[in-house]
Design a protein around this ligand. Structure first.
Ligand code: FES
Ligand SMILES: [Fe+2]
Length: 351
């Protein structure tokens, strides 16, 4: 199992999922209740009533103004987690208090901080395209019945597109083109790039951009361990000028593929996926096409990773993996995750 990394921000939900309904999500094994106050602020509290541990996100628990009323016997809590009312007595036990979780809304995500210390000035990594007026975004979330490390491996090695996602985003060139890998240990970022100069245009891009013929296709991955994965994808007809020195690149199509990778339990993961594009911004047909194609691609990964987890569960202890060049990025990510997990373990905090 891939160790959890504490003292980090994780995507718990999309901003649009958090409202005046009680929402329960389990992040790094911690059950969290999310809702929005009447004035629109997102709140994160422990999702277990202190009385008999009833999940506060479960029916018939409810909001009363900004307070949460437990659906079992009526313990009532404020946004600070403090219990303000218990049934049948006026005295509220002093210890009746829910843990609170720091919450930040950024780039259309609701991030929660999981850790033993406060986040201080630390903010979640950015994915500014997701709520930028210059991009149109489709997104969703799929649960995976697997260790989050399987999703990290999967996303850092895109050569699998050729095999698992043929007919959508995979073409022969993806698996055939070598990658370059760069590791920034201090910032815990792994970068993996694959630039294809002359490649087949897969249906995902042909149908959305209208390009006919061959393309230059750049995949530049930036994995901000542990929780955020960005794939900067650049697609342009062969012969299109390269990006200008100032970074502008008016003749190419850009897609920013974003994943929030959120470990839920040891063997389950929330896969928050989003695809933001800088072309055909108002074209509803392109939007629906990218939504359904990308959902299909995500489900191909989910089905494969669920099968992989089931297979690993039946392996004898000490089984051997075999790694090759395409695994360089994934192996670098595993090393960073192991280091971050050790540095932020409860044992390290106690030292
Ligand atoms: S379990 Fe919540 S009030 Fe009893
Ligand atoms: Fe995939």
């Amino acid at each position: 199992m891939t160790a959890f990394v504490r003292n980090q921000w994780y995507v718990a939900a999309y901003a649009h999922e958090v409202g005046r309904e009680l929402l329960g999500r389990t992040v790094l094994g911690e059950p969290i209740l999310l809702y929005r106050t009447e004035d629109g602020r997102a709140v994160g509290l422990a999702d277990r009533c202190v009385h008999r541990r009833f999940p506060l996100s479960e029916h018939p628990s409810r909001l009363e103004g900004d307070k949460v009323v437990c659906g079992y016997h009526g313990f009532t809590y404020g946004t600070d987690g403090v219990c303000v009312r218990v049934p049948g007595q006026t005295r509220v036990p002093r210890t009746a208090r829910l843990a609170t979780y720091p919450v930040v809304e950024q780039d259309s995500f609701v991030w929660v901080w999981i850790g033993d210390r406060e986040p201080g000035d630390t903010l979640p990594p950015r994915a500014p395209w997701l709520d930028s007026p210059h991009y149109t975004t489709v997104c969703g979330m799929e649960p995976i019945e697997g260790d989050y490390g399987l999703l990290v491996d999967n996303l850092l090695d895109l050569s699998h597109e050729t095999y698992l996602h043929g007919g959508y985003i995979g073409t022969p060139e993806v698996a055939e083109t070598p990658i370059t890998t760069e590791v920034d240990d201090k910032s815990a970022i792994v970068r993996v790039s694959r630039h294809m100069d002359d490649a087949e245009c897969p249906p995902f891009y042909a149908n959305s951009t209208g390009i006919q013929g061959r393309i230059t296709r750049w995949q530049d991955i930036e994995y901000h361990a542990p929780a955020l994965y960005l794939l900067h994808s650049r697609v342009a007809p062969v012969g299109t000028p390269a990006p200008r020195p100032d970074g502008s690149d008016p003749d190419a199509f850009h897609v920013e593929v974003v994943y929030g990778i959120t470990p839920s339990t040891e063997k389950s993961t929330y896969d928050f996926w989003a695809v933001a594009r800088d072309f055909a911004l108002d074209d509803q047909e392109v939007t629906e096409y990218l939504r359904s194609s990308n959902h299909t691609v995500v489900m191909q990964d989910v089905v494969a990773l669920n099968a992989l987890q089931r297979a690993l569960d039946t392996e004898k202890p000490g089984y051997q993996e075999l790694s090759i060049n395409i695994d360089t990025g994934g192996l670098a990510a595993r090393r960073i995750l192991a280091r971050l997990a050790a540095e932020n373990s409860p044992q390290a905090a106690a030292r």
